[in-house]
Design a protein around this ligand. Structure first.
Ligand code: SF4
Length: 331
């Protein structure tokens, strides 16, 4: 992956990953910063620079380690080795948190972060599942840092409970031979290819994602699929039925017999509208005045009637096309 520059906190060189990054990207300009949280030069850039801003790497040390309880596929959302991403999905939830500064930030103190997860798992009376990929895309990040190569075998050996992360990328080859002992749940996020092409800019195509999840399943990882986010654009019913048929035809028998589904309808926000209209003027406008309603703090979600219609349709079509696959939730 090509970057323009690395913005870095000088203390990153106290960590092995910081030194590894310096070696790997030594040909780029390195610009010292006080804190990865506030880079004035970036904050002052206009919205139309959003895509260009994502061509920088930001490297720092994660200081906040607050676990957030979660009751979907995991017990806790854990801030882990990165936040942000180099891709540009037009609805990316990270834009709500980081605004135009949703670029990829790498946190080099991975040893400390994994120590905490392992300790929390050991101290709990019951097995816990930790979601480590809610702030970024770890498969993409792994191509830069190798953090999954560090995390998976170490957690397999020392950790109790499970780790899990979702992805929209296919670069799983380096993960296939790792010693994971079934303790890492891999979740592939899918959408119809026309939506990937026009809206999930810079991510892997549907066919590559299907192939990747088949490979991970074959390698013994417990695997699931996220149909997320479901976007109710014109022709959505045909598109999502088409997606289910592609899954039926492309997923391996092993994957189909053991997988689970999570389904999430898209939410959007005022911030997305502002950034996307300037940074991607030719992209589809995802704000649908007819179907969406406010849900506080400048966020929008689909109205109750549209949500119910989508839920009903998807449940019926999943049953018809994929059979009795467990649907963990539709939200
Ligand atoms: Fe955001 Fe995930 Fe898309 Fe990256 S791949 S832009 S983290 S939604």
């Amino acid at each position: 992956m090509k970057f323009d520059a690395v913005y870095y906190e000088p203390a990153i060189f106290d960590y092995p990953l910081g030194r590894q990054l310096r070696e790997e990207y030594r040909d780029l300009p390195w610009i010292p910063i006080e804190s990865h949280n506030s880079i004035r030069e970036m904050q002052e850039k206009p919205n139309d620079q959003f895509g260009h801003m994502k061509r920088n790497l930001i490297a720092g040390i994660r200081k906040t380690h607050k676990y957030v309880e979660n009751h979907k596929v995991s017990d806790y959302l854990v801030p882990y080795t990165s936040s942000g991403c180099t891709a540009m999905c037009l609805y990316c939830y990270l834009v709500c948190n980081y605004n135009k500064c949703a670029y990829l930030r790498l946190f080099v103190n991975r040893e400390q972060m994994l120590d905490r997860i392992i300790k929390k798992g050991k101290n709990s009376g019951t097995p816990l599942t930790f979601e480590i990929g809610s702030n970024s895309d770890l498969v993409l990040e792994n191509t830069i840092t190798g953090n999954l190569l560090y995390t998976i075998p170490r957690f397999a050996e020392e950790g109790e409970g499970k780790l899990t992360f979702p992805t929209k990328f296919h670069m799983v080859e380096p993960l296939l031979d790792l010693d994971h002992r079934g303790k890492v749940i891999f979740r592939m996020s899918v959408n119809p290819q026309p939506i990937i092409r026009k809206i999930e800019l810079g991510t892997s195509g549907l066919k590559q994602r299907i192939e990747a999840v088949n490979q991970m399943c074959e390698a013994g990882y417990p695997c699931g699929l996220l149909i997320a986010p479901v976007i109710l654009v014109e022709g959505w019913k045909e598109m999502y039925t088409g997606l289910l048929e592609e899954l039926r035809d492309g997923l391996s028998d092993k994957m189909k017999s053991q997988m689970f589904l999570e389904i999430i309808l898209m939410t959007y926000s005022y911030v997305h509208r502002a950034i996307n209209s300037e940074a991607f003027p030719n992209a589809p406008d995802l704000y649908d005045r007819e179907q969406m309603t406010g849900r506080g703090r400048g966020r929008y979600c689909y109205r109750a009637e549209s949500r119910e219609e989508a839920q009903l349709y998807l449940r019926q079509e999943i049953g018809r096309v994929l059979g009795n696959v467990p649907i963990l939730y539709i939200s």
